[in-house]
Structures are given as C-alpha cells and as structure tokens.
Design a protein around this ligand. Structure first.
Ligand code: FEO
Ligand code: CA
Ligand code: CA
Ligand code: CA
Length: 646
C-alpha cells in the first residue's frame, strides 16, 4: 500500500514497544562493548533471559539444511529472479477472464466495469490454495483464493479516460471499474502433465467478490446497528482494501479490510470528523481516490455511516459460490492486515495486526472448540473474546480482553455495549493500555514450535534499540511471541526481537553478515518451519540511497531458519512491485507468490523514466508481458520436482 498516513492516527499516550525495550534491564549489558557483535546477538534471539542465545557461527550456518537453495543477490531488473534449479510462470494476471462469456483482457485498459466483474482483479495480495481433491491430486487441482488490495488509476483506465474522477457518467463507470477490480478472486487451477499450472475457465467455483457484492454482518455488530445505517445503499455492499488474509480449518477464507479510510471523502466544506472518525484516519480528502465525486456512497457528508461498514474481516466460503460473504465483527474493526488462524485445544485463535504506525496487535479466541461450535450451528468466529497485546519491559506480555463492562470499558465511561466496543476497537484498545507498534503486518505460527512471528514493517516517531536507534525506523523488524506451552488460548506471553531488517552499511545495529532487506510485510512459516519473508519497501524509498535502500534493490522474498536465524534471499521482483502473498500446495512442490503493483509510480524510477500515467503506464515496469504492467500470481517450482526451499 502507498504510505498514506506515516504518522498514524493514534493520539493516545500508550507506550511504544520501542520505549519498553529501552527500559529493559538487560539492554545496557546487551549493547555494551562492540556494538555490531552485541547487537547481532541481541537481535538474534537472545533477548529473553534463559533463552538459548544466539546467532550461529558461520560453520553452523553452512551446515544448515533447512535452506537448501543457493541465495540470489539483490536485483533492480524488471523481472522475477529465483535461485538456480527453480522455474517460475505467470498465472491469473489482472484482467484474466474467469468465464468464457467475459471479454478478453484489453491491453489498452478499455475493458469495462462489467468486463472487470468477470475478470481477475487488480493488485493481488494475500492468497491461499484450497485442494479440490484428496491424495496425490490434492496438489494438482485446487482453488486459488486471493485478495485484490487496491486499484491504480494510472493503470486501469485508458489514455483517453485519464485518471481523474469526474461527476458524470464516465466518472461513475470509472468508480464501478475500480470497485470491480477490488475484492477477492476464487479461481480453479490445475497442473498439467508438464508441471505447469493453468486456470479452469467456467469452473463452477470461479467467482469474484468485489467492492459492490452484497455482504452480511455477524457477531455482536449487526447490519441493523444504528451506526451502520445508510439511505443510499440500505443493504451493506462489498469489501475494500483486502490486504492479507486468513484461512480456517473448516475450509473458509478470510479477506481482511486494511486501509478502508482512504476511499471516503467529501467536498462539503463544513464536514468535520467525529472522534471515532479521526481515530480511524477518516478525512475529507481520503487517499485522493475521489470516488465521492461520482458516487454518493463514498461521500462522508451524504452517506456518513458507510465507512463504519469497513475495517472488518470477511469470511468467504470458496466451495460455495452463492454463499454471501460475512463480516465477522468479533474480530474487531481496525486496519486489519491479515487474520492468521491457529488452533489450540480445538479453539480458533486468530491473530491480526492493525497496520498503521502506532497501532496494536490483536487476538480473537473462540469460546469453544471450533468443531463443537459448528456442530451447534454457530460460527467459531461469532462467539469468543477479542484481546489486544500489552508488552512489558521484562520480556513478558499480556493479552487484555476488550470485553464490555470490564476494566475501563463501562457504561460510566460511555461504552454502550459489546457492539460499541467493537465498532470503536481502536479506542477500546487505547483505554486498556495496549502497546503501540511500528505497523504490525502479517502474523504466522511456526508449526514446529507454536512460536508466533509478527512483522513490524517500519515506522517513525520514536527512538530506541528495538528500532536500532533509528528514528524514523525505515527498515522494520520481526518479533517473536511465545505463549505458555504454545497454547494460543492463554493470555500471557513472552516476546523477543527475532530479526532486525536493514543494511549494515547504513546501520551498524544490523548484523553485517545478514542478507540485506527492508520493510518485512508478508511472513509465512511452511510445514517444514521455513519462515518466508516478503518485503514491501515503499515506492518513496525503493532503490534510493538517501533512504538507505539503494543496495537492497527491488522488493523480494527471503527465507529464514527460525532456529538459527540463517537468512537467504530466494526471489526478487520486478520494478515498482511489492512481493506479497505466499502459499504452497500440500506436497510442498508448487509455491504461489503474488506480485502486486509492478510498475507503480516509484520515485527512483520516475526520476529516470518518467511517472506512469494512463497515457504511458509502462515507465517504471512492463512486467510480465511487455507493455502495460499487470499484477499477477507467480508459480514457482523446482526443476527436479523437489520441495520448495529444500
Ligand atoms: Fe497492505 Fe499492511 O500492507
Ligand atoms: Ca500492498
Ligand atoms: Ca501487506
Ligand atoms: Ca505493507
């Protein structure tokens, strides 16, 4: 996502994780002596007292077999690069028709909004693979379900249409096309005899969920809640800014709504934000999409409550194309990066970061084992408790319940009921003293240890060792949480910094021998325990020496060994892109990775080649087919048919 709100929307005086690390008693000892070496140990996993320390020696790194591939160097090439012995193909690029009745993709972007409703959406993000068969065929035929985070007006309209939104029929068509480019794609895919994958046109499972699809609400906040009423579109519609995702053990997909605030605006000069709206970053201008000019649905003055229908997690059943997507309100309302579902004692435990500078990490725990709840006719996501994380300076932490009429969340303090707490999740978390973080993005569980990893992509506004004394913090880091016995229903945890990102040439606290990378966003532990790390360096920093990013190159994907801290670069993306979304087939022999916004306006490449526009969308990138760039899924296989990463 573009860096729309670098300073965040959090006015609370709650502490930052960074400040808490400053106060840790072991900090001074840790940072004493030769800074580089000590910092490497500090950030290498020895933060917690009693924890086995330490980054491994070079000799032990060489002996590691978890990361069996040859590391590739950083790249500024306008293509995908993978290690020797691997191959990649493009699948389901933006605009691919899912049905034979839908028009083919037009390279001049002249497809209509109606065409787009039957084609793969724009800006691929989180994704999952659901097998359609059992046994060996499970890894040869399945459903790809993926998010489409946002659309780029310089890429999705024709040269004649231009990028501006106008208050006329053309403007309405352009908003409709953008809405159709958002949401989720469900597409059946299958592997052919030669190993390559194709999508199945007219599969009965093929589906688009867009910004205009009817949706339902469930959990404590119902669609009939007064704060969700609209006279423009009485029934709730659509999902927007679906960044990362989740998948459940009962076979459904969770599309998360991240920067929803940016779509709303108003030309009414007298409109002012309420405290609730301010807390969610809602402003007259939004992110400059200007949809409100053509569509009163997105006009804050005309349709005030529409924005409250966003910021939720949306459950989609990919196996039932007629099932209505459901916004599961117990998971809270904030800028959900993703929703990572784990299971402890049969209960669903869902982790979700609120990706804005200074926001919090949340966890939902279902009341009972998910199988029992489904058998009783309840969604496991509709009854339970939402918690927010508080990090202590002694390396411990606590999940604090956001339960109505408990702690400060009482009627006397203006909290009406549980629905009110959830609509105002951010303010409820402020009230209970949650810890502010540097943009929590993806969360993943190591299936071998039950450790929880959280990517804190980057941030600004505070200065401490957890940000390696960088203020602002341009490179980010990955933290690790451990709940007692790996039981995710528990409310206590311990935490440490697993890995600090960056380039040692600019920052001595980054281990000199560590592969350089920045802005970790997508993280995913595969079944063997490899921690895949995908980067989303902002387009204002990518490739720029004055931001410390010239040596890091284009956005990329790396793999780490959680036990040793070994790190190797596995994939580099084309120019202007973000690498996001990763999953494998059950046999671990096919990996799917999404390439989002190749060719997006990027200050470094704009300076060399010009800014992309509807008249010339290819100044930054022409990946993957030459000409107009297209977000797409990349399919990665090992030439010898082996396990990816081994
Ligand atoms: Fe859409 Fe937080 O990345
Ligand atoms: Ca993104
Ligand atoms: Ca992301
Ligand atoms: Ca990001």
């Amino acid at each position: 996502m573009l860096d729309e709100n670098p300073n965040g929307s959090n006015p609370s005086t709650n502490p930052w994780l960074a400040d808490i690390v400053q106060k840790r008693p072991d900090r001074r000892a840790m940072l004493g002596g030769a800074l580089g070496v000590a910092a490497a140990q500090f950030f290498g996993g020895s933060l917690l007292s009693g924890r086995a320390s330490a980054r491994p020696s070079a000799a032990s790194l060489a002996a590691s077999s978890l990361l069996g591939f040859t590391e590739i160097p950083p790249s500024v090439a306008d293509t995908i690069v993978v290690p020797p012995g691997y191959t990649w193909d493009v699948l389901l690029p933006w605009g691919t028709p899912l049905f034979s009745s839908v028009a083919a993709f037009q390279t001049d972007a002249s497809n209509t909004s109606t065409d787009q409703e039957g084609q793969v959406g724009f800006n691929h993000d989180g994704l999952h693979y659901f097998p359609l068969s059992t046994g060996a065929q499970a890894s040869a035929r399945g459903l790809i379900v993926m998010n489409h985070e946002y659309t780029d007006a310089s890429q999705i309209y024709t040269a004649a249409q231009g990028s501006a939104i106008t208050n006329d029929a053309l403007g309405q068509e352009k908003v409709a096309k953008a809405l159709a480019g958002h949401g989720v794609t469900v597409a059946e895919i299958m592997q052919g005899a030669l190993g390559t994958w194709t999508h199945v046109v007219d599969s009965p499972y093929n589906r688009r969920v867009t910004g205009a699809t009817p949706v339902a609400f469930s959990g404590p906040v119902s669609a009939s809640h007064p704060k969700l009423q609209s006279s423009i579109n009485p029934s709730p519609l659509g999902t927007l800014n679906n960044c990362a995702h989740g998948f459940t053990p009962w076979g459904t997909y969770l599309a998360c709504e991240e920067n929803f605030n940016g779509y709303f605006g108003t030309a009414n000069a007298t409109w002012t934000a309420t405290p609730l709206e301010s807390r969610y970053g809602i402003t007259k201008t939004g992110f400059g999409y200007n949809w409100h000019i053509a569509s009163p649905r997105f006009d804050l003055n005309v349709n005030r409550n529409e924005v409250n229908r966003f910021g939720w997690c949306v459950e989609i059943d990919p196996f039932n194309p007629s099932a209505v997507p459901v916004k599961r309100t117990w998971l809270g309302r904030f800028k959900h990066e993703g929703a990572t579902v784990t299971v402890s004692n049969g209960r669903a435990c869902v982790y979700s970061g609120d990706d804005e500078n200074g926001e919090y990490l949340y966890k939902f725990v279902s009341r009972s084992p998910w199988q029992d709840m489904l058998a009783q006719g309840n969604s496991p996501l509709d009854i339970g408790m939402l918690y927010v994380a508080k990090f202590n300076s002694d390396g411990t932490g606590k999940w604090i319940p956001l339960q109505w009429n408990r702690g400060p969340l009482t009627p006397a303090n203006g909290w009406i009921d549980q629905a009110d707490v959830l609509i105002r999740t951010r303010q409820a978390a402020d009230a209970v003293g949650a810890t502010r973080l540097h943009r929590p993005e993806w969360v993943t569980e190591n299936p071998l240890t039950q450790d929880i990893f959280v990517a804190l992509t980057n941030g600004s506004g505070n200065n401490s060792v957890v940000n390696s004394n960088r203020d602002p913090n341009p490179y980010g880091h990955i933290i690790k949480l451990r709940e007692p016995f790996g039981d995710h229903t528990r409310v206590n945890f311990t935490w440490s910094v697993f890995m600090i990102a960056g380039d040692n040439q600019y920052d001595a606290t980054v281990p000199a021998a560590q592969s350089i990378f920045g802005s970790p966003d997508g993280i995913w532990c595969d079944d063997d325990g490899r921690l895949w790390i995908q980067t989303d360096i902002s387009n204002s920093s990518q490739n720029r020496a004055d931001r410390g990013y010239d040596r890091i190159g284009n956005n990329q994907m790396l793999a780490a060994d959680p036990a040793t801290g070994e790190l190797k670069r596995f994939l580099t993306g084309p120019r202007g892109c973000e690498v996001t979304g990763v999953i494998m087939t059950p046999d671990k022999r096919t990996m799917f990775v999404n390439i989002q916004h190749p060719g997006e306006s990027t200050s470094y490449w704009n300076g060399l080649n010009g800014t992309p526009s509807t008249a010339n969308p290819s100044t930054v990138s022409s990946w993957p087919f030459g000409g107009r760039p297209r977000p797409a899924t990349v399919v990665i296989r090992k030439l010898d048919g082996g396990v990816i990463g081994s």
